[in-house]
Design a protein around this ligand. Structure first.
Ligand code: NAD
Length: 251
């Protein structure tokens, strides 16, 4: 497909464990993909881009601090000037700063809320009018199983991820008649550097509690995101899709 006919997709946290696979899945779907990364990851992003190209994936990279509204505005302006309006947005940037509430200082609380939740406003606000004008948009917000069920040591993270789903349902109602779908995906425990940082004994205990008997793979999240981002996935909006190997079931 020529670049002119491709819809533009923006993936925040695009060079991370899950983001990388989401970028690949969206490129496979024929999208022109921008992977957003932290300014401090400039060198890593260049290496990542080269590796992606070597495996046949042409992808653009763009720096941003998703916790800053102005930085997000600048990023989207740059993408629009280069490639046109963003038609598909995947809000995937996220961090953890785990500790129990009795030890949690304000910085741990604020940074997680800023990067995981305020970012969803900061980025989506920049692209929503373009989507409304185009009469097409796909927004997929990466939440977490721990936003559904809570998790010891994660008041900040669980609150940020639960908040994402409130945003998803509200925006879905505002845009449902305009060709835009807004959904969240809630991964369970996925094999990435985020979970590699969890001590081995804790990880083993987590896996023992997963009905599927294993952690998930980033590709399994990417597959779900691409499904929601497809042109012909038109009637699912305001939904949360759990991808967790049965770890937490609800209806
Ligand atoms: P990761 O650490 O590999 O990737 C996260 C990315 O977020 C990083 O590449 C970084 O560039 C980006 N980022 C962090 N702070 C940023 C900021 N201020 N501005 C811009 N970018 C920033 O993590 P991952 O495991 O790939 O997680 C991706 C998403 O999936 C996160 O939102 C995470 O909360 C969620 N999630 C992960 C798991 C898991 O088991 N790995 C489970 C549930 C949910």
């Amino acid at each position: 497909m020529s670049k002119e006919n491709q819809k533009v997709a923006l993936v925040t946290g695009g060079i991370g464990g899950i983001g990388t696979e989401i970028c690949k899945a969206l490129i496979d779907q024929g999208r022109r993909v921008y992977a957003a990364h932290l300014l401090s990851e400039m060198e890593k992003a260049q290496d990542w881009k080269k590796e992606m190209a070597q495996s046949g994936y042409q992808v653009s990279t763009v720096p941003v601090d998703v916790a800053s509204f102005d930085s997000c505005a600048e990023m989207v302006k740059k993408i629009e000037a280069e490639a046109g309006p963003v038609a598909i947005l995947v809000n995937c940037a996220g961090i953890t700063r785990d500790t129990t509430l009795r030890k949690m200082d304000l910085e741990f609380w604020r940074s997680v809320i800023d990067v995981n939740l305020n970012s969803v406003y900061n980025v989506t606000r920049q692209v929503i009018n373009g989507m409304l004008e185009a009469g097409f948009g796909r927004i997929v917000n990466i939440s977490s199983v721990n936003g559904q069920k809570g998790q010891f040591g994660q008041t900040n993270y669980s609150a940020s991820k639960a908040g994402i789903h409130g945003f998803t349902m509200a925006l879905a109602q505002e845009t449902a008649k305009k060709g835009i779908t807004v959904n969240s995906v809630s991964p369970g425990y996925i094999e990435t550097s985020m979970t590699a940082a969890v001590p081995e004994d804790v990880r083993n205990a987590i896996v023992a509690g997963i009905p599927a008997g294993r952690m998930g793979k980033p590709e399994e999240i990417a597959h779900t995101v691409a499904f929601l981002a497809a042109d012909d996935t038109t009637y699912i909006t305001g939904a949360n899709i759990p991808v967790n190997g049965g770890l937490y079931m609800s209806y």
